[in-house]
Design a protein around this ligand. Structure first.
Ligand SMILES: [Fe+2]
Length: 144
């Protein structure tokens, strides 16, 4: 169970970091097709933001507390921080790479949840993986 809780905290922190990055890209993107990218990043950050609350509640259901500070989130997150404002295509590529990393993290937690017989939780995690697959599809399509 400890392993599952630890993995959940890593996944939660990674989702949080991804949400922040997508939201900052939503604000900061520039170009003649600004609205297109602004909306794409908007759709993504809103979806991920909605998942933060159930993610945290799932950690509480396991009897633990959520990571609750920027420093802790940043320590546990599995995606790179972006302190600059990259060009829009680089933003898309970065979120695409991050989506792949998140799906891998989520799959690991999914397997642990299944092993512990926490099928409600693994169902939630499967939905998160599906949501990130959808984000990856939208990001990939916008690069063509
Ligand atoms: Fe906005």
């Amino acid at each position: 169970m400890d392993e599952l809780i630890k993995a959940m905290k890593i996944a939660y922190s990674t989702e949080f970091a991804f949400y922040l990055k997508a939201h900052f890209f939503h604000f900061n993107v520039e170009g003649s097709d600004f609205l297109e990218y602004h909306d794409l990043f908007g759709k993504i950050y809103e979806e991920v933001l909605d998942s933060i609350d159930p993610f945290g509640e799932n950690i509480r259901k396991l009897g633990s507390y959520t990571p609750a500070s920027f420093s802790r989130l940043s320590m546990l997150s599995q995606i790179e921080d972006e302190a600059q404002v990259p060009p829009k295509e680089a933003m898309v590529e970065e979120l695409l790479v991050d989506s792949g990393k998140i799906v891998k993290v989520l799959k690991l937690v999914y397997d642990l949840a299944e092993r512990e017989g926490k099928h409600g939780l693994s169902n939630f995690l499967a939905e998160r993986m599906d949501a990130h697959d959808k984000h990856a599809w939208m990001l990939r399509s916008s690069l063509k």
